[in-house]
Design a binder for this molecule. Structure first.
Ligand code: SDX
Length: 392
């Protein structure tokens, strides 16, 4: 449509929008961000660089990357009043509930100073959200374990800053392990954007009404939490732990195939991929590398590998084209880094924020954009007259 080279994914009739950010070919297992294959970005780029690419359309020069990273680092602090907001939650509140609440509360601080019709202010709001998500996520974790919040530090990389705010304590210096920093950054890249998935569509629909971006991202976080979507990474590791040993896998495969059983293999299947999810391939490899480098042997990884092997040779999964997705292996790595399962979807939301704000910007900057208004197929009763209660 714009004269640029466009792939026809073959389902334009059901397309909810046009977008230049991410291309997925579910049959070929292809995922491109602004034309760059996800495996190349995961192996060679950084989350800050991919964030710049998604927001601006091109990979940055060294100078552009330095300036972008500097800008983001200057928005990482939260208003001190927001820190008190955490104290309203029970200590055992799920960190996703806290993240939903705190990101929504950002509207109260920035709503009236964000004119979404001004591209400059839209970009400032985007930078604020990308910058503050690591601080909000780390504070949710600290609150849940009863440790003091750590302020962000501008001398650390985006990902190292997050790891220090999460696992550091005031009593001593926190040394960021480069293996962990690299694995975390790769996980952020692999979760950054994914075309019109449920949570991104939620952000677009909320944004189409002119709602402020902070409220829109809070809506996206709520949608991502579901176990059929971003909540699957937490559910997948819990499932692998429940299975325990490989000899119990057939019992769970049988349950997943039983139409009368609502159980599904968490981390398997996808609305679009009917071939391997390329992100799962990168994460499957990274799981072995990271655990080896950290000297951790987690039996859950063996169970995951065996489950994948058995499922991929089972006619049910072959016929229904069910493969591991992004959520199948990510939890093994996150657990090895030290995160509890309740933080897994928070990390997904942290990374996906750059995709959400980039998609929101793309939509709002389209002069033809109108409020979203999905229609329905009506299946209720035909028109009929009211009957007063005395006659019913
Ligand atoms: C994410 O959209 C995105 O891009 C999302 C995401 C992103 O980056 O934003 O990629 C992230 O959400 C990945 C998906 C994470 N969810 C899970 O791992 C939860 C487990 N998987 C499923 O619940 C399921 O596969 C869905 C929700 C992901 C997709 O659901 P669909 O559309 O029903 O699955 P499908 O069309 O691929 O299903 C085909 C068939 C169905 O059977 P029939 O109705 O045809 O008889 O396969 C069955 C499903 O019942 N099936 C499964 C299964 N997934 C689908 N059976 C057993 N175990 C599974 N995991």
């Amino acid at each position: 449509a714009t004269g640029a080279f466009t792939y026809d994914p073959g389902f334009t009739s059901t397309a909810s929008c046009q977008s230049a950010l991410t291309y997925i070919d579910g049959d070929e297992g292809i995922l491109l961000h602004r034309g760059y294959p996800i495996d190349q970005l995961a192996e060679q780029s950084s989350f800050m660089e991919v964030s710049y690419l998604l927001l601006n359309g091109e990979l940055p020069s060294a100078k552009e990357l330095e300036s972008f990273t500097y800008t983001i680092s200057r928005h990482t602090m939260l208003h001190e009043q927001l820190a008190t907001f955490y104290r309203g939650f029970r200590r055992d509140a799920h960190p996703m509930a806290i993240m939903c609440g705190v990101v929504g509360a950002l509207s109260a601080f920035y709503h009236d100073s964000t004119d979404i019709n001004d591209p400059k202010q839209r970009m400032i709001a985007s930078h604020r959200l990308i910058a503050k998500m690591p601080t909000i996520a780390a504070m949710a974790y600290k609150y849940s374990v009863g440790q003091p919040f750590l302020y962000p530090r501008n001398d650390l990389s985006y990902t190292a800053n997050f790891l220090r705010m999460t696992f550091g304590v005031p009593a001593e210096e926190y040394e960021v392990d480069p293996v962990i920093e690299s694995a975390m950054d790769k996980i952020f890249i692999l979760h950054a954007d994914h075309e019109q998935n449920a949570s991104t569509s939620t952000v677009r629909l909320a944004g189409s009404s002119g709602a402020n971006p902070f409220a829109c991202i809070a809506a996206g976080i709520a949608c991502l939490w579901g176990p059929a979507h971003g909540g699957a990474n937490e559910a997948a590791l819990n499932m692998l732990r429940e299975i325990g040993t490989p000899d119990r896998i057939p019992e769970y495969i049988a349950r997943a195939k039983n139409k009368d059983d609502p159980f599904r293999l968490m981390g398997f299947g996808h609305r679009v991929y009917k071939n391997f999810d390329p992100r799962a391939k990168v994460l499957g490899k990274a799981a072995t590398e990271v655990l080896d480098k950290l000297g951790i042997s987690d039996p859950v990884l063996d169970t995951a590998r065996e489950l994948e092997r058995i499922a991929l040779s089972d006619q049910y999964f072959i016929d229904k084209k069910l493969y591991p997705n992004v959520d199948f292996y990510s939890g093994v790595i996150l657990s090895a880094i030290g995160f509890p399962t309740t933080m897994f979807t928070v990390l997904f939301a942290l990374a996906r924020t750059v995709g959400w704000v980039a998609q929101w910007n793309e939509m709002i900057s389209d002069p033809e954009q109108k409020i979203g208004r999905p229609r329905q197929l009506y299946t209720g009763p035909a028109m009929r007259d009211y009957v007063p209660v005395a006659k019913r």
